[in-house]
Design a protein around this ligand. Structure first.
Ligand code: ZN
Length: 207
């Protein structure tokens, strides 16, 4: 039994593969940009994630690639109102209608792109996301954004449970700690067979 108190240990991350190249069918694939909102991505935000700022150019690149290849583009937007129990865990953030709640201007959604207002880490929970993807014939999701082991992970996991194929470009996903990111990537790869690659490794083929 470990002693009571704060435990600190070093563990080895089991091996996982980051593929050089992952090909997707643009007609059946959606890019999901997770929670790239001012509260998480801007240094003045309520829950600033330093790495999220650093991955912004990679997310932009991915978004340009998705738009150029005609992928379905979806943005998730963490959305809370006063009294939301999540604020007891994290403090106030992503209050509907505020600057912090808005998606960062660098990744501004276009009129024809979907914005899914989500109330929990999992963007499928209590939203029409699954329906919106199914009616567009989507069976594969590329996810980027923040935070790796929270909203990206729970959304990817929830998609995996629904048998979507998952692709994670690791350089466009951010976390608060290295441990959090490693744990979530390994879990995604091992448990629901997510394919890991980098933004430059993504390519399209016509199905
Ligand atoms: Zn939240």
């Amino acid at each position: 039994m470990p002693e009571a108190g704060t435990a600190r240990k070093t563990v080895e991350v089991p091996e996982y593969t980051i593929e050089e190249r992952v090909e997707v069918d643009p007609k059946r694939t959606a890019l999901i940009v997770v929670d790239m909102q001012n509260d998480f991505v801007d240094p003045k935000g309520a829950l600033f994630v330093e790495e999220a700022r650093k991955t912004l150019p990679q997310c932009q690149k991915l978004l340009e690639w998705a738009r150029a290849n005609g992928l379905v583009v979806v943005f998730t937007q963490d959305t809370h109102r006063p009294g939301d129990p999540e604020w007891a865990i994290w403090g106030e953030h992503a209050r509907e209608g505020t600057w912090g709640w808005e998606i960062v201007p660098e990744l501004a959604p276009r009129e024809d792109e979907l914005v899914v207002r989500k109330v929990r880490y999992d963007a499928f929970y209590g939203t029409a996301l699954d329906h919106e993807l199914r009616v567009r014939g989507v069976n594969t999701l590329v996810l980027c954004g923040t935070v790796a082991n929270i909203c990206v992970h729970y959304t990817a996991a929830s998609a995996g449970l629904r048998w979507y194929h998952i692709v994670l470009p690791v350089d466009a996903i951010s976390a608060l700690t290295e441990f959090d990111k490693e744990a979530s990537l390994r879990q995604a790869h091992w448990l629901f067979r997510a394919r890991l690659t980098r933004v430059d490794g993504l390519t399209t083929h016509q199905g």
